[in-house]
Design a binder for this molecule. Structure first.
Ligand code: ADP
Ligand code: MG
Length: 363
């Protein structure tokens, strides 16, 4: 009789544990790209170029002109929990970088082929390294695993190939290359709107013309015009919102401010486009989306939806970015009150603007 008693508990192999953990962070090419973009922004890059093959499943490469990685750090670069960004628990409450857990590159090395070319300003040449399962590996059998000198510019090129080659269920959960590419473009477009002083380029490998190409001279509204088109850009209202205590010159963790570009009552989109950044991190919030949709549902005809870019800055002490492995959802204190104040401000602006137009037509 084998079916009555419990089965024995066994420890999973490390390689399996690592692949499962990696899958929590890297769901698809677009989530890998988000981590890589954030690393380049953390490295203070002003130019970020992405090349993609087969929706990022075959190849996802990101080149930046940021600070580079010290050669001495390359051996532990793809280990879990190795980071240059925090060194103590108390640092967690004042995080200003995107990264802090040192898990992204490690995860990628467990579910894809990862290679890196990097050069700091003081290096005389660039260094190239290959990783698998967190460790340096030889580029070919018979060679040593140590980083090899090579030609290269200041900055870092990270190449991810054959994503999920060793996790077939993950691979089969992906959509078509064109859908995965659309998600990549979506993430990249949103970061490009939020970082108008940085030039972003995204293209398919071998293609001469990029799908995204921004120049660093623009501001947020110009970036929206370039990336989302004139019909949205010409209807944008600019709204600035602050907490009630914002003017008080005190060190209060409840101070916050927000900036929105939202479409007027004249714009009728097919679905809500909400680009939400909290402390410069691209996140999702169903609570905020719902609140904004309910503002517009009282203004727009049925079946018509707005475009909103919303950037909120909250004291890092009031935000917990550590609730979700991909950091896609964040928790913040006084969420309800903040959302209400923001929706009210948007409502006043959109309604006010449409009433002043109606008034213009009447006179
Ligand atoms: P985290 O961003 O949480 O620190 P990652 O695994 O994303 O963890 O990266 C590990 C470390 O690798 C970073 O702390 C940083 O020092 C370095 N790094 C990764 N990408 C870049 C890059 N594009 N430019 C410079 N350094 C980088
Ligand atoms: Mg990172």
């Amino acid at each position: 009789e084998t079916s009555s008693g419990p089965l024995p508990i066994r420890r999973l192999h490390d390689s399996l544990i690592n692949r499962i953990a990696a899958g929590e962070i890297i769901h698809r090419p677009a989530s890998a790209l988000k981590e890589l973009l954030e690393n380049s922004l953390d490295a203070r890059a002003t130019s970020i170029r992405v090349t993609v093959k087969d929706g990022g499943m075959k190849l996802l490469q990101i080149q930046d002109n940021g600070c580079g990685i010290r050669k001495a750090d390359l051996p532990i670069l793809a280990e879990r929990f190795t980071t240059s960004k925090i060194s103590s628990f108390s640092d967690l409450s004042r995080i200003t970088t995107y990264g802090f857990r040192g898990e992204a590159l490690a995860s990628m090395s467990h579910v894809a082929h990862l290679s890196i070319v990097t050069k700091t300003k003081s290096d005389t040449c660039a260094w190239k390294a290959y990783y698998s399962d967190s460790l340096l590996v030889p580029p070919k059998p018979g060679l040593t695993p140590d980083p090899k000198p090579c030609a290269g510019n200041d900055g870092t090129i990270i190449t991810i190939e054959d994503m999920f080659y060793n996790t077939p269920t993950r691979l089969s959960s992906l959509r078509s290359p064109s859908e995965e590419y659309a998600r990549i473009l979506d993430v990249m477009t949103k970061y490009a709107v939020h970082n108008p002083k940085i030039s972003f380029l995204c293209k398919k490998a071998g293609s001469p013309s990029p799908e995204i190409s921004t120049s660093p001279v623009s501001d947020v509204s110009q970036a929206i015009r370039l990336l989302y088109g004139h019909s949205i850009a010409k209807e944008l209202l600019h709204v600035e919102i602050t907490s009630e205590n914002h003017r008080l010159d005190i060190d209060d963790p409840e101070r916050w401010s927000a900036e929105a570009y939202c479409t007027s009552a004249n714009f009728q989109g097919k679905k809500t486009v909400l680009i939400l950044f909290i402390n410069h991190r691209l996140v999702e919030s169903s609570a905020i989306k719902k609140a904004i949709e309910s503002v517009y549902s009282g203004i727009l005809p049925k079946g018509a939806f707005p475009f909103i870019y919303l950037s909120i800055e909250i004291d890092p002490r009031s935000v917990d970015v550590n609730v979700h492995p991909t950091k896609r959802e964040v928790l913040f204190l006084n969420e309800e009150a903040i959302i209400e104040r923001i929706s009210d401000a948007i409502q006043r602006n959109v309604v006010g603007q449409s009433q002043s137009r109606a008034f213009e037509y009447q006179t």
